[in-house]
Design a protein around this ligand. Structure first.
Ligand SMILES: C[S@@+](CC[C@H](N)C(=O)[O-])C[C@H]1O[C@@H](n2cnc3c(N)ncnc32)[C@H](O)[C@@H]1O
Length: 458
């Protein structure tokens, strides 16, 4: 079968030269201007490919054989690589991953942001390339042979679960906890969730592990019901792993809506240390997934923001105050906003423990709070770190038009960053000075960026 106008047929085997790496980790080849995405192929490689899908504007293929490998190709360190959908760049050396991400940020800022020469700096490699994750979530579901399994989603088949023995992105102890939960749940006959039949109790296990303090928090996401075996599982966890400081539960109803939270054992938070700051992190609030590199991220934020001693800084999407504390130390005042009650309450505690009295935290939706905040005070700078979805258009407009000298935008998705920068810059009041990519998520295509905008002079 072929698509009209496409130079390739479904199932055809061809030799292709890979020119680029697409965002998402696939190699990009062009056949008479027609784009082919090749899973597992790297720029500079010549590969044998079977065409697996042909669409109106592009095709997708699987790499059958690498005929001429890239000098940056390495043997993927994880035995689940390729099968598990969690990582997509393990076959590329870590320094080359960082450079590939820099190039992708440049390309996205050009294509989506409409910027001809985006001022993108070198990508910073922060922390270790493996065992770096502060948190991982594993799903229960149907694994090979229809058996219940606890693991990550299968690459290309998100409705199936790949059982994971050892995930290289998390520390060994956290892996041991996950394996224990899987085995103990089976022994206690706790039923795993079957999404197709919509049956079963256990849906997801989250493991949070603080690198500096060693504390571990286990989060069990379940359906409704209180079988004694669930309490038994929660009791068994800290007995077997004394570093577990809490086991908490979030329940979901039949329509997959969160319907309650409870502490099954110990406490609902742990402590993580970032540089000199001891931060309380609750189970239900966001924290940087690569906690070991959080110091490097804070340094990049401060380098872009340069908070002055007499300045008032507005921080949007502050979480538990990771950036607020160093900003408040350097500035006259920091006002920080987040809509998560848990995050704001803990951010207040974190600021108090750090001995700071020049911070104010507001538990509000940024979109609602922003107009009033921008009227309230002449802010010297605004720092923002929204979720992956980026800013709401109203917030982007308001910031782009406001009388602010500097805006620092921290983003974990270059596509929404580029979209928002385009909107912020379109009135011509601001100019983009720098974008620093940070490779906080090695082995995956994800990248963090810190962008600095300045008010145009004159
Ligand atoms: C990427 S996290 C950043 C947190 C913090 N800067 C950090 O590094 O730990 C995004 C934060 O935005 C908050 N958030 C999401 N949507 C929001 C909204 N509409 N208004 C206010 N806060 C929001 C979340 O609760 C989360 O804490």
């Amino acid at each position: 079968m072929s698509h009209p106008g496409a130079p390739l047929r479904l199932g055809e085997e061809v030799t292709l030269e890979i020119a680029d790496l697409a965002f998402g980790g696939r190699g990009v080849a062009r056949v008479s201007g027609f784009v082919v995405f090749v899973k597992g192929a790297l720029p500079g490689e010549s590969v044998r490919v079977r065409v697996g899908r042909v669409r109106a504007g592009y095709a997708e293929g699987d790499c059958l054989e690498v005929l001429r490998p890239s000098p940056d190709r390495i043997v993927a360190p994880c035995r689940h690589y390729g099968e598990c959908g969690g990582c997509d760049l393990q076959h590329l050396s870590p320094p080359a991953q960082a450079e590939a991400k820099r190039l992708q940020v440049v390309a996205i800022l050009r294509r989506v942001g409409g910027l001809d020469e985006p001022p993108v700096q070198d990508a910073l490699q922060a922390g270790e390339p493996t065992m770096y994750r502060f948190r991982m979530d594993f799903d229960w579901g149907v694994g090979p042979g229809g058996r219940p399994a606890l693991g990550l989603h299968r690459s290309g088949h998100p409705d199936e679960i790949t059982p994971i023995e050892r995930c290289l992105l998390m520390p060994d102890l956290a892996n041991e906890v996950r394996v224990f939960v899987g085995r103990r749940a089976q022994a206690l006959r706790l039923q795993a969730w079957d999404a197709k039949r919509r049956r079963g109790l256990l849906r997801r296990v989250g493991i949070r592990m603080a690198r500096s303090t060693g504390e571990i928090l286990v989060i069990l996401e379940t359906g409704r019901g209180d079988p004694p075996a669930l309490l038994q599982l929660a009791r068994d966890l800290p007995r077997s792993f004394p570093r577990i400081v809490g086991v908490v539960r979030r329940e979901f109803d039949r329509h997959d809506r969160p319907s309650g939270e409870s502490i099954l054992q110990g406490r609902d938070h742990l402590f993580e240390q970032v540089e000199g700051d001891r931060l309380k992190v609750p189970a239900w609030a966001f924290f940087q997934p690569n906690a070991a590199a959080a110091g490097a991220l804070r340094a990049a934020v401060l380098e872009a923001l340069v908070p002055g001693a007499g300045e008032a800084i507005l921080e949007l999407y502050c979480g538990v105050g990771l950036f607020t504390l160093p900003v408040a130390r350097a500035a006259r005042q920091a006002v920080a906003v987040d809509m998560s009650r848990e995050a704001v309450s803990v951010a207040r505690d974190n600021a108090a423990s750090a001995g700071l009295s020049n911070t104010r935290f507001l538990c509000r939706d940024v979109v609602d709070a922003l107009p009033g905040l921008l009227r309230e005070s002449p802010w010297d700078a605004v720092l923002l770190d929204p979720p992956r979805t980026g800013l709401a258009p109203a917030a982007t407009e308001a910031i782009g038009n406001a009388d602010i000298q500097r805006v620092v935008y921290v983003s974990c998705d270059p596509a929404t960053l580029a979209r928002d920068l385009r909107l912020m810059l379109r009135h011509g009041r601001m100019v983009l000075r720098s974008v620093r990519p940070l490779d906080l998520f090695p082995q995956t295509h994800h990248v963090e960026c810190v962008a600095r905008l300045e008010r145009r002079r004159g």
